[in-house]
Design a protein around this ligand. Structure first.
Ligand code: DC
Length: 215
């Protein structure tokens, strides 16, 4: 069983993908965390986010893995660091480098080979798991998505303002949608769910009924 969950920033992908994985008792893979871990390493090494050659070299040397729900970067757990506002701002520049994507997509495909997975990201239905059993594309208005991210950051104690978060999200979506190599896009066979006015439970009810229909 392979399930792809794609959509723009703040559309609810990780919350929903995690719930689907719990419901089916299968593995959840947050592919955004992999691009984030590499971006964190780029920033920690004072590499410029426009220096593609240096970033590709870091990607080749890095070991980014998941183990028991934690994200590992070269044997260090980086769950918190990868959610920093600086990482949010830079991650799309790192993720648009084709060679970086080849390396990380290759790892993602290997992870999915031997097991049932729910993967969330931007290009899962179109590129990583193009034969997935179910493809879901989540959307929501930019206002709603910005508010969700803003609240998430506030709850973690970051001093952010809603306007900045919204600008970040708009910029990130633009780069993610417009990049040449595997951009953020809906697969032709994906089911679209607009989560703007839906609770997590509402979205899950829809997905559970799709899964039940498919049995
Ligand atoms: O889902 P997220 O916000 O954690 O993703 C962080 C960034 O990583 C996002 O702006 C684009 C990139 N990304 C990607 O290009 N492809 C994926 N499959 C997942 C994330």
């Amino acid at each position: 069983m392979q399930i792809a969950v794609d959509g723009p920033a703040g559309s609810g992908k990780s919350t929903i993908a995690k719930k689907i994985a719990e419901y089916l008792n299968i593995t959840y893979i947050d592919t955004g965390a992999m691009y984030r871990a590499l971006t964190y390493k780029v920033l920690a090494n004072n590499v410029n986010v426009r220096d593609e050659d240096a970033i590709i070299k870091l990607a080749q040397e890095s070991d980014i893995r998941f183990f028991l729900g934690d994200v590992y970067l070269d044997d260090k757990i980086v769950n918190e660091e990868i959610r920093l506002p600086e990482v949010n701002k830079s991650v799309s520049y790192v993720a648009k480098i084709p060679q970086v994507r080849r390396i990380l997509v290759d790892t993602q495909k290997k992870i999915a080979l031997g097991q049932d997975v729910v993967m969330d990201g931007r290009d899962i239905g179109t590129h990583v798991l193009d034969n997935a059993d179910l493809k879901i594309f989540l959307t929501a208005t930019v206002e709603q998505r910005s508010y969700r991210r803003y609240k998430e950051l506030k709850d973690k104690g970051f001093n952010v303002n809603l306007d900045d978060v919204k600008k970040d999200i708009i910029n990130r979506d633009k780069i993610d949608r417009e990049r040449k190599f595997s951009p953020l896009a809906k697969a032709d066979d994906a089911v679209v769910i607009d989560t703007t006015d839906l609770s997590v439970e509402d979205v899950m009810n829809k997905i559970v009924s799709i899964l039940e229909e498919g049995k």
